[in-house]
Ligand binder design. Sequence first.
Ligand code: ATP
Length: 234
Amino acid sequence: MLEVRDLQVAYGPAPALWGVSFELRPRELLCIVGPNGAGKTTLINTLAGILRARGGRITFEGRDITALPAHRFCQAGIAIVPEGRRLFAGMSVIENLEVGSLLPAAKAKRAASLEAVLALFPALKAKLGQAAGELSGGQQQMLAIGRALMACPSLLLLDEPSLGLSPLVVQEVFAAIRRVNAEGTAVLLVEQNVAMAMRVADRAYVLEQGRMAAEGAPGELMQREEIRRAYLGA
Ligand code: ATP
């Protein structure tokens, strides 16, 4: 569904991704884990069209999208839940959700999408008129995911959805991500919370210093001594 070949991204003269290759299969829940500064955010922002690739190729559903402008990535069916959520704090919950469905194709399905998002996150139902900035951290993360889903994506990108949330809320958010995936949306998740990400993913890659270091089924990767030591302190 998504094929990334030899992707190179840099900030000015400083390379952040050195030739990253991986694939995401149809309907897969794929996670990419890695330490601080490995390049996870750089990778996911490039897949969302926010950053430009300096080399390599991104193919999505058979189409080369490497050089498309950011809004075309959204049109192509890719939506991102960015690091730190990036909600419009002064706008209401419903307004934030509506922003997610501004493109004509998504706008036409707005009512049905809203119903699906509120079924996924019932806690948002009573908060529709409230400012997004007044929500709890967990509710803000739910809203950020809901806003991305309002675009009716076929691929949902999530950058560190567990960041700053309590363990109980993390479980709730990850259960929702799994449900979205089970209902047919492919998911690419980057996470520092390796234990949690590995629990929900179908397959995982390890990104280290801008390069893919390992790939496999989560159960298999977690058996590897060097990965346990690096990520679980075990
Ligand atoms: P984190 O979990 O801390 O967000 P990450 O794996 O997402 O880490 P990136 O944020 O993608 O990593 O950073 C990859 C590399 O690129 C790091 O060396 C970082 O210092 C550098 N970098 C990231 N953003 C910028 C920027 N705006 N300008 C210059 N260098 C950057």
